[in-house]
Design a protein around this ligand. Sequence first.
Ligand code: ZN
Length: 386
Amino acid sequence: MPLDLDTIPILDHHCHSLYRAQPQTTDEWRKFFTESYYPEIARDHVPYTIFYQWAQRALAHFYGCAANDDAILEKRNAYGLAELTQKINADANIQAWLVDYGYSTTHTFGHDELKNIAGVRVEKVLRLEVMLEQFIVQANAFDAVHDLFDNALHDLRGKGYVSLKSIMAYRTGLQIQPTTHAQARAEFAALKERATRDGKLRLANQTFLNYFIPRAVEIAARQEFPIQFHTGFGDPDLDLAQVNPAFLRPLFEEEKYRGAKIVLLHAAYPYARTLGYLAAVYPNVYADFGLAIPFVAGDARAVLRDVLGLAPASKVLYSSDAFHIPELYWLGAKLGRRALGDVLAEYVADDLITGDAAREMAELMLWRNAARVYGVNLARGFALQT
Ligand SMILES: [Zn+2]
């Protein structure tokens, strides 16, 4: 018997903001169901993914319409965005969003706007690379960038953030080499020249990131503050061979980093077993399974088994990694609860755990671990349905 986890609320600890221009056409809609940015993938192949097939049927049921893109688009676009988002959060019993605004910032809603739209608690996550890029554009010397960076990371809770976030995986991969202040400083002139020439910068300099990202972890450690790392798959901007979370080992082991809670995102897919191991052995490592669920829909239970095979449920966190359209937050929640309920029920059926333990583990993974890791006190306005 699968476990029904619908009454357990979700604290979505990693997601992004909503797109201002919501999709109007099938082509625009299908782009949200792939990590590929090649248009022919969305056009010709997305309809043959398990994720898309399931999503279309689940959404048709939700909207009470035919299971095709045109019918779903017509229904969803008849709602206002806030109305739709609030309907979705209520239906999926999602109670809070922790939002990284550093993705597609200019096309998405800012924090104050999003809070009104979402109708649930919304908290801010600070994306480090985007901030560093702005500092290089602004500042005329390495020391000034350094000061801006340190000041920005001073008293993070006081500044209203609940977590840091690094997308180093996308820029250089996760291999961290010990890097000195002098080595980072030597890179500044070339980066500044490019920033001045283009008026902006995409920071993918290994030396620079190998200096500043571990520094951020060290500062976070002093504040016992969390930092999320993108690990595993994503759009083809990343090199899948360089995003194995095991590369981050120095951050798990060296004393100066150990006060930081390091949350490794996306089930590190396809390195989910590696992720389960890291969460099992290092006290400061947490394993997230967002993005993998819902995107790896055809293998969602396997993803969870790979992580939970070894990792304690007290170290595993649900998120959606949803972005741009409200339906992704809903699809993540629906498939996440369902896959988790199925896998925990298998363990109960195998007499590995009791039904009570399964329920407690589900609560930990859907919200309690996140509430603890991010210090997001959900007592206020957070009624646990029983
Ligand atoms: Zn994300």
